[in-house]
Design a protein around this ligand. Structure first.
Ligand SMILES: *Cc1c(COP(=O)(O)O)cnc(C)c1O
Length: 434
């Protein structure tokens, strides 16, 4: 048994499935998850000191690269001052001010400890503010493991409230309406049908949880228009897109303003942080000012604020960060595509800022999609082939990829180079499946 296998075997005994978040278990690619012990820049190092070029970036936060010296310094300084006080700190105001300066639609913001918690609180706030119950979400969008939102439509069909997970009573999801992504006519008919009942529409303004799916600008505009017309709130879940596709999030990239914005991942700089914010008039419904209860023992924790604030400062200080990240995504994906096509393997891709996705198909999807067996098998072969060459992509074909400012041209070229022989080995599958 390798040390990696031994570590996983032991983890399986004490942790359900051996992991604290399901995608880490490698279920969709097979094999043993890698146990890492160190990270630096664009690299991860496993427990055997094997080095990997990392395109996961802890699922988003590491936009400036792992273990940035300035974040490390802020954390070290804070450790000496104390880990948590359970009372206000000036650091929280600095963080809130920074977020309002960067994200255009946010005037006030409340910090929490995860994206899930932020979504859950924003939904409660939206329902209280509108005095309505129904929530529209889109198939293929993930908003954390919030009970009301763990619902998904099968193959883009409109469904009402069938929970995706055991343990969620149907009563909890009966006010959740699921629509296909990028479908304006479905949106129109649901607003007509439930005109006075819809509290909020929640969406990933670029969908990063069904690989990477790009919205039609007209679709986002229609969302804004219908919400305004019917007095519903528009919620952008920017936990993934916030500070990743633009310093002002997808709302700044597309110039479409939501009523509430949900943040996470990058704002923690690697620490567990979430936040939600919007106009002062809506945010004042929160306790202690208003009737919506929301609280957290460790919310606004100084360690988390120190790391997150420094991450945002680095983002602001880096000139042309998003053009640069986008150019790197283009370089990587174009390179991979050329090698794939040279071996007659279908390959298409999407990217926005430092977020990307690739598909073993000729066209990128516009909405929630189910992969074919061939596409899944291609992905498994690609994933494991690249892993053997020291390149770590997300271990699922439904997850996005993350480019960081630490991914140099040389590292991207190394990745493209490595893919050549991986695609070569994949042609065996290709010919055997015909
Ligand atoms: C990751 C993610 C969440 C959940 O955040 P957690 O911190 O994992 O709870 C919610 N929404 C989106 C769009 C995400 O990508």
């Amino acid at each position: 048994m390798t040390t990696q296998q031994a570590l996983f075997t032991e983890a399986l005994q004490y942790i359900p499935g051996g992991v604290n978040s399901p995608v880490r278990a490698f279920s969709s690619v097979g094999g043993t998850p890698i146990f890492f012990k160190r990270a630096q820049g664009a690299h991860l190092f496993d427990t055997n000191n094997q080095q990997y070029i990392d395109y996961v970036g802890s699922w988003g936060p590491m936009i400036m690269g792992h273990n940035h010296p300035k974040i490390q310094k802020k954390l070290t300084e804070q450790i000496i001052l104390g880990l948590s006080f359970g009372s206000p700190t000036a650091l929280e105001t600095k963080m809130a001010k920074k977020i309002t300066q960067m994200i255009p639609s946010i005037q006030q913001v409340r910090m929490v400890n995860s994206g899930t918690e932020a979504v859950m609180s924003a939904i409660r706030l939206a329902r209280a503010y509108t005095k309505r119950h129904k929530i529209i979400k889109f198939s293929g969008c993930y908003h954390g493991h919030v009970d009301t939102l763990l619902v998904q439509a099968g193959s883009g069909a409109l469904t009402c409230g069938i929970p995706d997970s055991a343990g969620i009573p149907e009563a909890v999801t009966q006010d959740t309406l699921v629509l296909p992504y990028n479908d304006i006519s479905a949106l129109k008919s649901i607003f007509t049908q439930y005109a006075t009942e819809i509290a909020a529409v929640i969406i990933e303004p670029i969908a990063g949880n069904m690989n990477c799916v790009i919205p039609d600008i007209q679709f986002l505009q229609a969302l804004r228009d219908y919400c305004t017309q019917y007095d519903a709130l528009l919620l952008f879940d920017e936990v993934m897109t916030g500070f990743r596709v633009h310093s002002g999030g997808a709302q700044a990239r597309y110039q479409i303003m939501p009523d509430l914005t949900i943040l996470g991942k990058i704002i923690g700089g690697g620490m567990p942080v979430g936040a939600f914010g919007g106009r002062q008039e809506i945010m004042s419904y929160l306790a202690p000012l208003g009737p919506v209860y929301q609280a957290g023992t460790l919310s606004g924790n100084p360690m988390a604020m120190a790391a997150g604030l420094q991450n945002l400062i680095l983002i602001q200080e880096t000139k042309n960060l998003y053009d640069e990240l986008e150019a790197r995504c283009q370089h990587l994906l174009q390179g991979l595509q050329e090698h794939a096509h040279a071996h007659h393997i279908p390959f298409s891709f999407n990217y926005a800022g430092g977020l990307f996705g690739f598909f073993f198909s000729d066209q990128t999807p516009k909405t929630s999609h189910t992969l074919t067996t061939d596409q899944k098998n291609y992905f498994k072969l690609f994933f494991h082939g690249m892993l053997k060459k020291g390149i770590y992509f997300a271990p699922s074909p439904y997850e996005a990829g993350f480019m960081s400012f630490a991914h140099t041209t040389d590292l991207i070229n190394e990745t493209i180079q490595a893919s050549q022989s991986v695609f070569e080995t994949m042609t065996t599958y290709h010919t055997s499946s015909i």
